[in-house]
Write a protein that binds this ligand. Structure first.
Ligand code: KG4
Ligand code: ZN
Length: 352
C-alpha cells in the first residue's frame, strides 16, 4: 500500500504534459514539465493564422478548421523536437475540448485521441477558459484561495470565484458582447486593423482618454454583470458621417479603451471586496492590455492593499497550449482523465 502511495506521489510530483490547443485560429502545441508543483516550459509552439484571417477582418471558421488539419501534426512534431523529448517520455496529453469553434476544436481533439491511443497515454480534457486562468500559475504555483479571476477574452467576460483548484463559482458575466469582441468591433468601425485589441491599444497610447464622454455601462449596477454592446454603438454614433483620422482617431480609441477599463476595474474591485478574496488575477486575450493591467493593479493596491494581484506573462495571454498543459496538470493530479473513446469537442462547454 505504501508503495502505491509512493508511486502516486511521484506521479503527481513529476509529470511531462503535451498540451494541444485549436479552439479558434491558433494551432498550438506545448510541452511542460512539472516537478514538485513548479513548471518548466520545454516547448511552446503557436502556428498563427492571423495573416489568413486579417483580409476577412475576422476568423472564418471553415478556413480556420482546414488550416488546423494541415498544421496540427507538424506543430506537435515541432513541439516535441523543441522539447528534445520522444513520445515515450510524455506522461499525459491535455487538449482543449471547448468552448470554441466546433470545427476548429475537432482538429485538436481528434489529434489528441489518436495520439493517446497510438502512444497509450492518459488524456485530459481541458476547458479553454480554465486554461486562460491557469496561465497565471506558470510563475507562481501557490496563488492563495479564495481567488477572483477577471476572465476577458474574445468570447467571454466573466468574474469567477475560485475557492480551490477546479472549484469555480460564476459571479458575473457579460449580457451581450464580450470585452474582446467590443475591442474587435470598435477596431472595425475605426478601420484600425486586426486583431482589434492590440490595434486599439496602440492607437489609444497617443490619444486623450477624456476626449469623448462614452458611457460606462452597468458600472453602478448592483450585480457583477457587464454589457459592452451599447458602448460599441456609442462609438459608432460618435464617428458616423465624420472623418475619423489623425488626432481624433487616437482620442476615440483612447476614450473607448478607458470606458472598458473603468467598468472592468470597478466591478472587479467591488467583487473582490464583497467576496473577501485573498488574491485577484486576470486571464484571456484582453489581459494583454497594458493600461488594464496597470490600472487594476493600482486600484487594488489603493482599495485592498492586502489582496495579492497576479497577471499572466504577455506571451500566455492570447491562445496557446502551455496554459492548456498547466490546467491539464491540475486535472491530472486529481486523476480527472477521459478515455480516448469518450473525448469529443464541446463548443459550448461552460466551466460553471
Ligand atoms: O483569449 P483570446 O486570445 O481568444 C479567445 O479565447 O477569445 O482573446 C482574443 C481577444 C480578441 O478579442 C483580441 O482583440 C483581444 O483578445 N486582445 C486584446 C489585446 N490583445 C488581444 N484586447 C485589448 N488589448 C490587447 N492588448
Ligand atoms: Zn482564448
Amino acid at each position: 500500500m505504501y508503495l502505491i502511495f509512493f508511486i502516486k506521489l511521484c506521479y503527481n510530483c513529476f509529470m511531462i504534459i503535451l498540451g494541444i490547443e485549436t479552439s479558434c485560429d491558433e494551432t498550438a502545441a506545448s510541452v511542460i514539465k512539472s516537478a514538485r508543483g513548479l513548471f518548466t516550459v520545454r516547448a511552446h509552439v503557436v502556428s498563427s493564422q492571423v495573416k489568413t484571417h486579417k483580409k476577412f477582418g475576422g476568423v472564418v471558421p471553415e478556413v480556420a478548421a482546414r488550416k488546423h488539419v494541415i498544421n496540427i501534426i507538424p506543430t506537435i512534431d515541432t513541439a516535441l523536437a523543441q522539447a528534445r523529448l520522444s513520445p515515450k517520455q510524455i506522461n499525459v496529453i491535455a487538449v482543449t475540448k471547448g468552448p470554441g469553434l466546433v470545427t476548429s476544436l475537432r482538429a485538436g481533439t481528434q489529434a489528441a485521441k489518436t495520439l493517446a491511443y497510438a502512444w497509450r497515454k492518459k488524456l485530459v480534457a481541458v476547458n479553454h477558459m480554465e486554461g486562460h486562468m491557469y496561465a497565471n500559475w506558470i510563475e507562481r504555483p501557490r496563488i492563495p484561495f479564495p481567488a477572483l479571476s477577471l476572465t476577458v477574452s474574445g468570447g467571454h467576460t466573466e468574474l469567477v470565484l475560485m475557492k480551490g483548484h477546479g472549484k469555480y463559482k460564476l459571479i458575473g458575466r457579460t449580457r451581450d458582447d464580450a470585452a474582446g469582441e467590443a475591442f474587435d468591433k470598435v477596431a472595425k468601425i475605426l478601420h484600425a486593423g486586426y486583431p482589434g485589441g492590440p490595434a486599439i491599444q496602440k492607437l489609444a497610447a497617443k490619444g486623450d482618454a477624456a476626449a469623448c464622454a462614452f458611457p460606462r455601462p452597468m458600472i453602478h449596477s448592483r450585480n457583477f454583470d457587464f454589457s459592452f454592446s451599447g458602448l460599441k454603438t456609442a462609438v459608432l454614433y460618435q464617428t458616423k458621417g465624420k472623418k475619423t483620422a489623425g488626432r481624433r482617431l487616437h482620442n476615440v480609441a483612447a476614450s473607448f479603451q478607458q470606458a472598458v477599463i473603468d467598468v472592468l476595474v470597478a466591478k472587479t474591485v467591488a467583487a473582490a471586496k464583497q467576496y473577501g478574496v485573498k488574491s485577484v488575477f486576470i486571464a484571456g486575450g484582453v489581459a494583454a492590455n497594458t493600461p488594464l493591467r496597470k490600472q487594476l493593479a493600482q486600484t487594488l493596491k489603493q482599495g485592498l492593499p492586502k489582496t495579492k494581484f497576479y497577471t499572466p506573462p504577455l506571451w500566455l495571454c492570447t491562445d496557446n497550449a502551455t496554459m492548456i498543459a498547466i490546467a491539464g496538470y491540475f486535472r491530472a493530479r486529481h486523476q480527472d482523465f477521459t478515455p480516448w473513446q469518450k473525448l469529443s469537442a464541446d463548443p459550448n462547454w461552460e466551466l460553471i
